[in-house]
Design a protein around this ligand. Structure first.
Ligand code: SAM
Length: 459
């Protein structure tokens, strides 16, 4: 691997005697790992080698054709490199079962948001934000597939969050960075690297942190992470947060045999992942507690004005979800949504300040007398599977459905049918007798026509 000379000059002194091992590890193939959705499937059923710092993470012996595993599309797992799963260790230690409001500020495509959704309690709220619109759509798709209901996806600049003073208990800034830790996985990252870009990234990271800072409550946690090795974007930024923004860096429990490297600057608790010491890519993270006090007067709650619903939701549609007593139903534009009742005032508050891309569970919409169920309902952890006739698909049929082809279903009633693969919901069709209309979202469909001959089985 041809590393930039300046990168070598800057990184070699950081690693000392370990430099040669580090360099060698960059020539090796990237490990493949997935993280299971414990709110959809039993994590104990997996037989693969586990990721030491995340009980839901597993390594695979080789890279399968993930696109052709229907369970990936059903949100049963997420393909995520192992080092980043360390965030789960932080959440386990510092949050546990507490009900919290979490902001994932730089969230697309959604690796860490799906991890957070799996780690927090069912009474918690996740706001998952991405500033780039096209990436916010991918984020929204991945979160819909994951199916955690208490989530709001936003498309805002970090500065827009300043209005939500003291709102969040936890803010994750998985910052855009110079990407040194991705050199092995993504050759493009090498070409884009320059010393000037490291400086630019550091400045941008500080701007992002300063902008979002008011939205974190006093005593709340900021988790800061990057996938780069240099001190500038890592320890120096943690020091900057402590000194400029007022926070205290906290230790995270690690086991010595995990191979996690301590901080490279004395007195600054932080955690580093090097590919020659762990099975994963380069990663850095630290957790800090915001010190100081909140201004009790600053939170002005101004719920967005809601238009009265144009229609009423039928009792039948209310029964599409489990735990319906604890949910509020409301209409937004033409669609009907369900959201956890106790968190709904927070959603209204967010609506008054942010650009919302998706929220809670979209149940569907009326077209004439027909209520057309939405894909988000099929994917939701709240779906009551008993509410629809179910048709279990073979692998070939499932791939055909995910490619948005028309299906022929034998012995099925007319109307809306929930399709499953290995008992996991994939989406809806409307069976009209001689064929079934495919309701899978056009933008989500599998585009590749290079279909493997044999079933792809990952878990
Ligand atoms: N957390 C994501 C995950 O685990 O899947 C990966 C996030 S990636 C490291 C950083 C993200 O920050 C990108 O999605 C990028 O679009 C976004 N970003 C870029 N510039 C930004 C800015 N100025 N403010 C906030 N986010 C930015």
């Amino acid at each position: 691997m041809d590393l930039p000379i300046t990168f070598i000059q800057r990184t070699r002194p950081l690693l000392g005697e370990e430099w040669e091992d580090f360099k060698k590890s960059l020539e090796e193939p990237s490990p493949v790992s997935i993280r299971l959705n414990s709110k959809k499937i039993d994590v104990n059923t997996c037989i693969e080698e586990g990721v030491a710092w995340c009980s839901k993470g597993f390594y695979l012996p080789k890279r399968p054709q993930f696109t052709f595993d229907p369970l990936l599309h059903a949100g049963c797992y997420y393909v995520q490199e192992a080092s980043s799963m360390f965030i789960s260790q932080i959440l386990k230690q510092y949050i546990g079962n507490e009900a919290v409001k979490v902001l994932d500020l730089c969230a697309a495509p959604g690796g860490k948001s799906t991890l957070i959704a799996d780690a927090i309690s069912n009474e918690s709220l996740l706001v998952s934000n991405e500033v780039i619109r096209s990436r916010a759509n991918i984020l929204s798709e991945n979160l819909a597939k994951w199916g955690f209901p208490n989530v709001v996806v936003t498309n805002n600049d970090p500065a827009d969050f300043a209005k939500l003073e003291g709102f969040f208990d936890v803010v994750l800034v998985d910052a855009p960075c110079s990407g040194e830790g991705m050199f092995r996985k993504d050759a493009g990252a090498i070409n884009e690297w320059s010393e000037a870009n490291v400086k630019l990234c550091k400045e941008r990271q500080q701007r992002i942190l300063r902008d979002v800072w008011p939205s974190l409550k006093a005593g709340g946690l900021i988790i800061y992470s990057t996938c780069t090795y240099n001190l500038d974007e890592n320890e120096q930024n943690v020091q900057w947060i402590s000194e400029e923004l007022d926070a205290e860096a906290l230790p995270v429990d690690i086991e010595p045999d995990w191979g996690v490297n301590p901080s490279l600057m004395n007195g600054i608790p932080a955690y580093r992942f090097f590919p020659h010491k762990i099975k994963g890519e380069g990663f850095f993270c630290a957790v800090l507690r915001k010190t100081g006090e909140d201004n009790p007067k600053t939170r002005k709650f101004k719920p967005a004005k809601e238009k009265p619903s144009k229609t009423t939701l039928s009792a039948e549609a209310r029964d599409y979800i489990k735990d319906k007593e604890n949910h509020i139903y409301y209409q937004n534009k033409d669609s009907w949504y369900a959201f956890n009742k106790s968190l709904y005032p927070d959603v209204q508050y967010l609506k008054s300040a942010l650009h919302i891309i998706s929220e809670g569970v979209c149940l569907g919409e009326y077209k004439g007398k027909d209520f057309i169920p939405n894909q988000s309902l099929a994917m939701s952890q709240l779906l009551d599977k008993g509410a629809f006739p179910i048709c279990e698909l073979s692998w070939e049929q499932a791939i055909s459905y995910l490619r948005k082809e028309a299906l022929m279903l034998d012995n099925q009633p007319k109307g809306y049918i929930l399709l499953t693969y290995k008992d996991m919901p994939l989406g809806f069709v409307k069976n009209i007798g001689n064929r079934a209309n495919n309701l899978y979202p056009q933008e989500w469909r599998i585009r590749s026509a290079d279909i493997p001959r044999e079933e792809v089985r990952v878990i």
